[in-house]
Design a protein around this ligand. Structure first.
Ligand code: FAD
Length: 331
């Protein structure tokens, strides 16, 4: 699109508050906008976005479009896509950032297709080439063993950014920006698909991706039962339990506990891995952890190259001793 300029990010406002992925995208978008000397706009989609626009401005937006319609109350891919296409046509941005959360995984490729442009999927970082002003998107390739830098030749350039790869900016109430009401006229009957049922994921305790401490188990645990011991340790630490894909594929824990390239990306303060070898695909989901502690009986396991602290030993001895010590220290 000719004369396209500015950075546009899409976000939501569940219960009237700025969504966590929207906050992360604002951080990514702010750095691009500053590098290019352009404006950062966030389009907030929903039936009512309440106080979220002011929050978006305090966290980096120059301009907020409150994209509202009764049809946008519950997430529906066809209807959200219509609203997004309408916003892009109206605002003509040079760069669009979308979260690669569950919704973004289906919306980003469909939006790119409708606009007839490319898409940089699953980006870990976005930047700009200061000579050309083009978007440079870092994304994992070869199963997470390498990172490719991708640039799209058409405009708008779209990147889907992996959740938890950007820290939200601290809120600054002194920041100012424009809030523009952008009601959209969406005919819900035009949706090609129908949402038959919405099943709420059962959340016991802290969500894995929000936990500041995560204890993950791998194939070396040998079965599902030892995860009860990891649950006990995680509960003592106020954390959550994750797993390697090998443990998930073995049916020991549900898929929503998988950490890694094809699982969740987590950035806890403390990540304790138990009987996990540290394959690159696992590390792709946890390398942003502030400190990794590895427990593995094989001193040559790759995880020890990634860990700040390591215990070479059998988990069956180490975990009960560690749990007992923490229990004593916390009582
Ligand atoms: P293993 O590699 O088998 O390691 C088990 C470890 O347990 C070993 O290091 C062993 O020394 C140790 N051990 C055994 N017994 C004990 C004991 N008694 N005490 C202490 N230590 C012990 N993997 C992921 O985790 N997440 C992903 O998202 C993911 N995505 C993938 C995507 C693709 C495209 C591909 C190809 C692979 C993906 N994988 C992913 C799989 C990944 O390559 C590894 O196979 C997997 O991470 C291995 O899991 P693991 O470390 O539990 O098992």
């Amino acid at each position: 699109m000719a004369d396209a300029t500015g950075i546009l990010v899409f976000g939501d406002a569940p219960a009237g508050q700025l969504g966590s992925t929207a906050q992360e995208l604002l951080a990514a978008g702010r750095s691009l906008a500053d590098s290019l000397g352009q404006e950062l706009t966030i389009a907030l989609l929903g039936a009512d976005v309440a106080r979220a626009p002011q929050q978006a401005i305090s966290q980096g937006a120059d301009r907020v479009l409150a994209v509202t319609s009764p049809a946008l109350g519950d997430y529906h891919p066809d209807l959200y896509l219509s609203a997004m296409q309408s916003v892009v046509t109206e605002t003509n941005p040079g760069i669009i950032l979308i979260s690669r959360n569950n919704e973004g995984r289906e919306l980003a490729p469909r939006l790119a297709f409708r606009l007839g442009v490319g898409l940089a999927q699953d980006c870990l970082e976005v930047g700009v080439d200061t000579d050309t002003g083009r978007l440079l998107a870092n994304r994992p390739v070869y199963g997470g063993s390498a990172v490719a830098v991708v640039s799209c030749n058409q405009t708008p350039q779209i990147a889907a950014v992996r959740p938890k790869t950007y820290e939200p900016l601290d809120a600054d109430s002194a920041r100012s920006g424009d809030v523009i009401a952008y009601p959209v006229d969406i005919d819900a009957s035009e949706a090609k698909s129908r949402v038959v049922d919405v099943v709420q994921e059962e959340a016991a305790g802290i969500k894995l991706e929000d936990a500041r401490i995560v204890v993950s188990g791998g194939r070396g645990l040998g079965g599902p039962e030892p995860f009860a011991q990891l649950e006990e340790l995680a509960a003592l630490l106020g954390g959550a339990v994750g797993a390697s894909r090998a443990a998930v594929d073995s049916g020991w824990v549900p898929a929503n506990q998988q950490v890694g390239l094809t699982g969740k990306t987590i950035t806890p303060d403390l990540y304790i891995t138990v009987a996990i070898s540290g394959a690159s695909q696992h590390m792709a989901g946890c390398s942003g952890s502030k400190a990794i502690v590895a427990i593995n009986k094989d001193g040559d396991a790759n995880i020890f190259k990634e860990a700040r602290y390591g215990v070479v030993g059998d988990w069956e001895k180490v975990i009960p001793a560690l749990t007992e010590t923490i229990r004593e220290l916390t009582q």
